[in-house]
Design a binder for this molecule. Sequence first.
Ligand SMILES: Nc1ncnc2c1ncn2[C@@H]1O[C@H](COP(=O)(O)OP(=O)(O)OP(=O)(O)O)[C@@H](O)[C@H]1O
Ligand SMILES: [Mg+2]
Length: 455
Amino acid sequence: MNIHDSLQNPETDNRLSELTLLYQFSNTMLSTIRLNKLMHLILTAITAPSSNLFERTILFLRNEKSNVLQGMLAVTRQLSEGLQIVGGHDALESRWDISDELISRQRSAEFCLQVRLTRIEIDSACPLIRHIVSERSFCHSEDILCQKCPTCHFMKPLCSGPFAAVPLIAHETTIGMVVVDNPDSGLNITCDNLHFLQLFANQAGMAIENSMLYNRIKDAHLNLKDARERLLHGERLAAIGEMAANLAHELKNPLITIGGFAGRLLKSLPDETREHQYADTIVSEVSRLEKMLAEILAFSRKPTICFCVCDLEGIIQECLASCAATFEDHNIKITFSSKAQPWKVSGDAHQLKQVFLNLILNACDAMPDGGKLLLTLERTSLGKEMIVATVEDTGGGIPEHMFQQIFNPFFTTKHHGTGLGLAIANRIILNHFGSIEAHNSGQGAVFKITLPLAK
Ligand SMILES: Nc1ncnc2c1ncn2[C@@H]1O[C@H](COP(=O)(O)OP(=O)(O)OP(=O)(O)O)[C@@H](O)[C@H]1O
Ligand SMILES: [Mg+2]
């Protein structure tokens, strides 16, 4: 048989078009590393009128940790008509492509949304699915395994007629499953098409696995970059902190002398005189500076914590009591909501009080013309039992671009602030194995502190 004869032979024609399809498919798999686009391309190629294989296809990916098959995407023939051939006329060079617009139309189709809500727990799934995952071989709705199954919680709601499913395999593991059917014509799935689908699926499995690995490497790279930046930032802060501590130490003694003499001067000057007023200003400014230096020195010292079981509700009540005059002066209304539970945490009561005082005073600063301060205590379990305390104000909130900086030492927007309040609070909470976060609510800032509940 010469080449001309072979091209006239329908069986050879068939093989040739199958090979062309496989070539185009493998070129397409190599054209992108974007997982989302890859999934759309795979399903669109399988359902495209030009491939003439199946009318609808569904993709599931397996979460190995939870052993669940998660519905990712479904594409019907109507929505695969936009598949384009690009990259040359030669079948060996050409590949498929789809537009972003088609991707978003496929993603928002009703059937696709239904599929994306489907989760199949493999251990309790039907025998057919368990077989596909464990034996790594395709199955058919005509199979005895499926026919004998008394109930079908998953396949029947999605595919009413005959269907078939093939595993997606990478490195000898089932990483997902592709389901195909012909809902418009109701046609049976032929063995030839199914074998062909398995060839597709083998390549698709590797391409999907590569894309997921690429994404994981990209994430790890970003995390590493982030960690490096934080390390550098930490080193810079440590250097600034050391310099500030030295400076504070040097300034402390002369300041005490200035304060002492200014105090004596104040006592010796008659009231109501201009000089008395000047001396008074010196005394109060010196005491403000002394307070600031004390804070800087406290921050630069290595903290020691005396751990004992303390009651967070009591700590907050004490803070509120010591700020009562400020609330009255600023016309601030307080609401403290805590269900009557013991809120026991293991920590240093004095330091925890400092945290809440800093947050409450910041809230008061943010509401000079009055407002509302809401404090809450709640329980949550994030793996282990935690207490979540929130301090929320109505002071207008924190500008978005500042969130990155507010916990940095010496960051302040206040005329008289040292910018150490939140840095100290953050450090104390971290030393108590907790976390502190800030965000804006409708009317102001919310600080959320999470601490482990004492056993
Ligand atoms: N509740 C809040 N509402 C709006 N902005 C806030 C609030 N809390 C903190 N901030 C912002 O975060 C900055 C840093 O706060 P932080 O408590 O660390 O320092 P400070 O209050 O400026 O000075 P210090 O507490 O040392 O006297 C503040 O200057 C302010 O801009
Ligand atoms: Mg403050």
